[in-house]
Design a protein around this ligand. Sequence first.
Ligand code: C5P
Length: 260
Amino acid sequence: MIVTTLLVPTNVSSATVAACAKINLTLDVLGRRDDGYHELRSLVVGVDLCDTVRCHPLDRPQLVVDCSESSLAGRDNLAYQAALEFAGHCGIDPALRIELDKVIPVGGGLGGGSSDAAATLRVCNHVWNAGLDRAELSRLGARLGSDVPLFFFLPSAVVTGRGEQVEPVSLCWSGWVLLIMAGPGVPTAEVYRAWRHTDTARLPADMDREVCAAAGAEELSGLLTNHLEAAVFRVSPRVARVYDELNRAGFGPLRVSGAG
Ligand code: C5P
């Protein structure tokens, strides 16, 4: 698994960034919180399946998001929100066109939208020469979504809290995973709503260390855990069916990639 983060100036002030997907190697849901979120502990790794984010400064104040998937263009896009958040934080009147080339499937638990947002923050930092460090970018990212900060700490990290507290770790294993999109995207909020305390047993606290130390694919695959899997299957019987069929055909071990 190789993560590439390119920051390529395409002329004096335009820039292009690769926004990679992530998968959760472990995902332990510790309980529901008073604020409606769920307390997590998860080991995430980046995979080199990437969207591309290009930013071009404009002549007059205007913020535009164009997307290769037209349904994702406009103000609802997290990349738009990210540029707005960054501009507000730095007191900038944004004059920027953001072009998103989508490759990461939407709603597949791969963090595509969050990764685009993190890449947009990074690119804004570059084109506006703002000089924010990783911790500041990560704090801005946390305002946009629980999964945004982790993208500043890949290739591998343990996330806690609602996902916004991130500790980079190093993994002994590197290799290939086969990603299978088993149907239409599954909305994250619905998956969390469908989660039950009884879904799975708590993971031991030192599980992350064990996963990080696993060097071989077979050893690692025996440790993969996702406590949202049962909830994903409740929300999407189609994903459950594909999962069962692949398992029966001997394609295991399989895991759901995240909350989708
Ligand atoms: O943080 P983000 O906006 O990406 O989360 C989307 C939704 O997923 C939240 O509104 C919440 O319903 C759910 N969520 C959760 N616990 C988390 C992360 C997300 O319940 N740790």
